[in-house]
Ligand binder design. Structure first.
Ligand code: UDP
Length: 239
């Protein structure tokens, strides 16, 4: 069978802190980080323009600390700082294997990365650089899912790829329920009305309003990102 061409020219890859850099534990797992960098590199080398958003849950989630009594906004700012650390980790891992990258933060931090400037980010993509967006939307009470959806819309991507440790969206948690079934396709409306928790409702709504499909797939399988972008293998498309 001839090799299928990729379906998308420009994508945004959203990874949670755990899926992207953390593995199963706290902090940064070099093995997970290296494997994720290989996935991104393969796709960038195939000529696809890639934006990346990594969460911060492997280090810090604002809501958790807010429950212990800290002011939510302060806790969320700490969460955003965690996403900047992860973005720098992904950048280092990609540059180690020869992929040009830029990190842009929604909270300006000149000494370590660029501030978010939409037109500049577009230019980087056109030049073949992977652009990693850090600090979510730059405001508390949001998550990096919302940040990913916002940047996906601003960059005019063809699809938002959500890499997880399972190969799509299931009727129940497949790690706990052996009868759980995977959906091949879902509508945005089904995701919202069935409360499937693929991404935040605000992220799903933004993708619906801007007609950007969300593709949920496993980032844990070697070579899977490029495969999924060619429409091969196992994944769930929300459109
Ligand atoms: N955060 C925020 N605003 C944003 C993005 C992130 O306040 O626009 C904070 C929030 O506290 C969140 C933390 O950063 O819990 C880490 O991000 P997230 O929970 O999305 O990470 P993930 O679950 O994807 O690893």
């Amino acid at each position: 069978m001839p090799d299928s061409p990729p379906r998308y020219k420009r994508i945004l890859l959203k990874l949670s802190g755990e899926a992207g850099v953390g593995g199963d534990g706290f902090g940064i797992d070099p093995k997970t980080l290296g494997a994720v960098a290989e996935e991104i590199a393969e796709v960038a080398r195939a000529g696809i323009q890639v934006c990346v958003v990594v969460g911060g849950g492997n280090i810090f989630r604002g809501a958790a600390l807010a429950e212990t009594g800290m002011e939510r906004a302060s806790a969320d700012y700490m969460g955003m700082l965690a996403t900047i650390m992860n973005a720098l980790a992904v950048q280092a891992a990609l540059e180690k294997i020869g992929v040009y990258t830029r990190v842009q933060s929604a909270i300006p931090m000149e000494a370590i990365c660029e501030p978010y400037i939409r037109r500049r980010a577009l230019r980087h993509l056109e030049k073949g650089r992977v652009v990693i967006f850090a600090a979510g939307v730059g405001a508390p009470f949001f998550t990096t899912d919302s940040g990913a959806a916002l940047r996906a819309a601003e960059m005019g991507v063809d699809a938002l790829l959500k890499g997880t440790s399972v190969d799509g969206v299931y009727t129940a948690d497949p790690k706990k329920d052996p009868d759980a079934k995977r959906y091949d396709t879902l509508s945005y409306k089904e995701v919202l009305s069935k409360d499937l928790r693929v991404m935040d409702t605000s992220a799903v709504s933004l993708m619906r309003d801007n007609h950007i499909p969300i593709v949920v797939f496993s980032i844990r399988e070697r070579g899977n990102l490029l495969k999924v972008l060619k429409g091969e293998g196992v994944f769930t498309t929300i459109a």
